[in-house]
Design a protein around this ligand. Structure first.
Ligand code: BG6
Length: 496
């Protein structure tokens, strides 16, 4: 039986922003609908606008109607609204924090367990934390105090270290919840279950049987209205340093001592530490970047990155990045991990593809079968959540012909409830379960992996390869593969 979640006060900074609108408010509403939100949970939205509670409720209703595709249930809405409050204040005004502290302490129905969700610009994390600390709001005297932040955690290794020094002056590591929303996705959570709850896979999960691993996140969307952030970040920072390296750790880690958060994160960090550092001279052979040019998607013309609003005309920021990594440990030595991500790609797909080795001997010498196909294990993360094992089988008939078949374990049935990644993660914050949040050393070692690439790219600003919007990215990125027969696998279905 699940123990009920403790009462808590959930303070959102930046409550009128995009994240709150699209993810946080709908996720909190869904938690209420699922009966998971503690009865005495107060959700305190803070913002600069001079609104009262009624005005905020009106705004929140709008967010929910926009964000909940299945429609808002009036009964759930009524219950959910009981949790909502609004507090007016400007995060750049130090007095605001004194008033906030007073407000939280003096409301009889506010729990002393408080989570602060900083849905604000990363540049403001430091100053907000300092102010919360100054007013005593981070002291865990009568209840817990937690701070939730979301990537980017720094801009490179040095700035990540600087941010950490600043945060750790006021917060213990156990109070910091660094969200990587990818870790809340259903298949991503499922990777560990597959690996460690099924005895069949473990004997194969190593260099003796696996040829290489491909991890892909492709998106049809372009940069949209996010150019001010994205142009300073690029695909390597935006996706690979965070989400894709997290996926790599889950695929490559050793079985943890337990599923308890520290054991899990210890194993993930070991993987990151085992990734072979990329010297500047190897950056071109292990990393590839490109930018989308104008193209066609769904029959419609779309702009190139340089024509997008807010992008400087001479930008060489990459919207596509691909990487080859080697993990120098007993299990993975010699197995390349290929990671790639891109915007304005042919399809939106996130997947982990495991390519097995060639069978050791060619059995069918005197038949039509020239070359045995190698097996694949395919994990679809989104939009299709699935596990597929691709095998070779005989074609029915008199001839000895083979074809590819797939053992298919779709996770979903029609009646399954789809939960957004944020729902589980927000609940984890309230329950104090940090297993799906990043510990600082994970962030630091992930930066150590990509930092040498960023340094080389930052001085090579004259030229960037382009790929047409709507394509699968630049052909040239195939040069990362060690063997000529290997290529990016785009589709989850059995290869034609
Ligand atoms: C975010 C990136 O972290 O993840 C975005 O900043 C990206 O650029 C997004 O589009 C992808 O996540 P999801 O869950 O929308 O596939």
């Amino acid at each position: 039986m699940n123990t009920p979640v403790e009462a808590c006060t959930f303070v959102i900074f930046g409550s009128t922003g995009n994240l709150s609108r699209i993810k946080l408010m709908p996720a909190l509403y869904h938690l209420e609908a699922a009966g998971k939100l503690p009865e005495n949970c107060r959700i305190l939205a803070t913002g600069r606008r001079p609104w009262d509670r009624e005005r905020w409720l009106h705004e929140a209703r709008g967010m929910l109607h926009e964000g909940i595709v299945t429609g808002v249930d009036p009964e759930v809405l009524e219950r959910f609204e009981q949790h909502l409050d609004y507090f007016q204040g400007d995060i750049s005004d130090p007095q605001m924090y004194d008033q906030l502290a007073e407000h939280i302490e003096h409301q009889p129905d506010y729990s002393a367990n408080v989570a602060f969700y900083l849905s604000i610009r990363p540049a403001e994390f430091g100053v907000v934390t300092e102010n919360l600390s100054r007013t005593g709001l981070l002291k865990e005297e009568s209840g817990w105090r937690r701070v939730v932040i979301e990537k980017p955690f720094g801009y490179d290794l040095e700035s990540a270290q600087a941010l950490q020094i600043r945060l750790s002056r006021h917060l213990d590591e156990a109070q910091i919840y660094r969200i990587d929303h990818y870790l809340g996705k259903e298949t991503v959570r499922n990777v560990l279950v597959f690996r460690f709850a099924n005895v069949m896979l473990e004997p194969l999960w190593n260099r003796n049987y696996i040829d290489h691993v491909q991890i892909t996140h492709s998106e049809q969307l372009g940069v949209g209205s996010r150019a001010p952030y994205y142009d300073g970040a690029g695909a390597l920072r935006d996706m690979i340093q965070s989400h894709l390296l997290q996926l790599l750790t889950l695929v490559a880690m050793e079985p943890p001592v337990s599923m308890e958060s520290e054991s899990l994160r210890d194993e993930k960090v070991k993987v990151l530490k085992s990734v072979r550092p990329i010297p500047p001279s190897a950056v071109h052979s292990q990393a590839f970047r490109a930018q989308y040019s104008a193209g066609k998607m769904g029959g419609k013309k779309v702009k190139g990155y340089l024509e997008e609003d807010g992008v400087p005309a001479d930008s060489t920021t990459e919207t596509y990045a691909a990487l080859k990594l080697h993990i120098d440990n007993w299990r993975w030595r010699g197995v390349p991990f290929y990671l790639r991500t891109g915007k304005r790609m042919a399809e939106s797909v996130s997947s982990i593809m495991i390519r097995f080795r060639q069978p050791p001997t060619q059995f069918f010498k005197d038949t039509h079968i020239q070359q045995m196909e190698r097996n694949w294990l395919v994990l679809g993360i989104q939009p299709c959540e699935c596990l597929r094992i691709q095998l070779t089988a005989k074609e029915p008939g008199l001839e000895m012909e083979t074809h590819q078949v797939s053992l298919d374990a779709g996770f979903r049935t029609q009646s399954d409830v789809y939960a957004d990644a944020y729902e589980g993660l927000l609940l984890d914050v309230m329950e104090g379960d940090r297993s799906l949040f990043l510990r600082y050393d994970e962030v630091e070692y992930a930066w150590r992996i990509v930092d040498p690439i960023l340094r080389v790219w930052s001085v090579e600003r004259d030229f960037i390869t382009s790929y047409p919007a709507g394509s699968w990215g630049p052909e040239e990125s195939r040069r990362l593969f060690e063997k000529d027969i290997d290529r990016w696998r785009h589709k989850l279905d059995v290869d034609e």
